[in-house]
Design a protein around this ligand. Sequence first.
Ligand code: C5P
Length: 464
Amino acid sequence: MGSLTVRNIGEDVKQRLRMRAAANGRSMEEEVRLLLADGAAEAVTPAEPSTGKRNTPVRPETAARRVLLVISGGIAAYKSLDLIRRLRERGFALRVVMTKAAQEFVTPLSVGAIAGERAFTDLFDQSSEFDVGHIRLARDTDLVVVAPATADLMARMASGHADDLATAVLLATDKTILLAPAMNPAMWAHPATQRNLKRLLADGVITVGPNAGEMAESGEAGVGRMAEPMEVVGRIEALLGQSSKPLTGRRMVVTAGPTHEPIDPVRYIANRSSGKQGYAIARAAAAAGAEVTLVSGPVTLPDPPGVRTVRIETARDMLRAVEAALPSDIGVFAAAVADWRVAAAGEQKLKKDAGGPPNLSLTENPDILATVARLKSNRPKLVVGFAAETEKVIEHAKAKLKRKGCDWIVANDVSAEGGAMGGDDNAVHLVTAAGVESWPAQSKDAVATNLVARIAAAFGKESR
Ligand code: C5P
């Protein structure tokens, strides 16, 4: 059954409906829908005792998680149709807002048909403003998802525009916003887009993708593809699962990025770690309510909002900062710590003309993960390590789990195409005492959300 139009309702009934809807904090449309659903359920309920299962629409407050989907105008808008279908299959209550440009790619009619409710398109549409209104659209939801999010919409969001229904809703909402950016790789990489992204992240917006790969335009490839609908669904499910903030009251320490080990005051030993995965974990854990300390080596990423970020340079500094963050319930060690440092770093810059290349003698750095995992007191209840491997990934990860004494290892194949090191995507295996789970390739943000959801589930089993 599609949408219903009810005509010829008397003014007094309308007035009472309006009052009832306002009292329940719902739109009139929603109120009528629920009244009809209840009436229909009563009319068709057989006499035998109820099985407890209902086939009729269930009241939103008891069941459906509500998502407001904003579709902006990019070629990836076709993916939003699949996203709508998949969300509906999972029982989400959906409302859809389309920008003017989005309607050039998919029609409100097709979106409405799949969503089971008409798509909202106009800020100044009298009937929808009367029935629902942009403020209601913005608030009567559990999550706002923008998919695809174009460069233009991101720019308008970052500047706080509100000159069409989509931007007005995005500005008015008090709910989390999940963006699935999609654009040409050059537009994504442009400093203006990156500046807007930074600002949006600082405002608390969460992103899924964009992923690397072929673009719709022939011959174009790079980072800019919208995350696949199932990846977006995964993020939505994880975020809404977290809406109760399952890690509230838990302390978590996360390491991220490389370490820099000085050779002399100007030179150092380093590696290519970008810190993206660790930062994404810190962000996801904070969003889940954890009190997070992020101990970060030198990276170019901004401090995640709501996270205490401690910036360090060397492995020894990182160990000290981690120890200072204990006791913690959870430790996630995503940093690519340098294994060795120069035993006696020069106090002055080493000179080229000092009679040939310097003879650098290396010494081993402390293993932060192993040190924390083997602590007698103050050991976090859950210690998670990472393993970047180029071959026999799972075998090596299992061995590492034992050797380091940690509880879980997140292992990835850094020789794989797409390059986890520095890239935005990661295909990982979660190795625990219970076995190995291989996760599909997904964005580092998605890996983080899923890992945090697993951590929350592990803590959920344990009585507090
Ligand atoms: O031994 P390997 O470097 O492969 O182990 C990787 C894991 O150990 C990661 O979780 C990394 O953060 C951690 N590690 C550490 N301190 C080191 C070396 C690695 O915490 N010195």
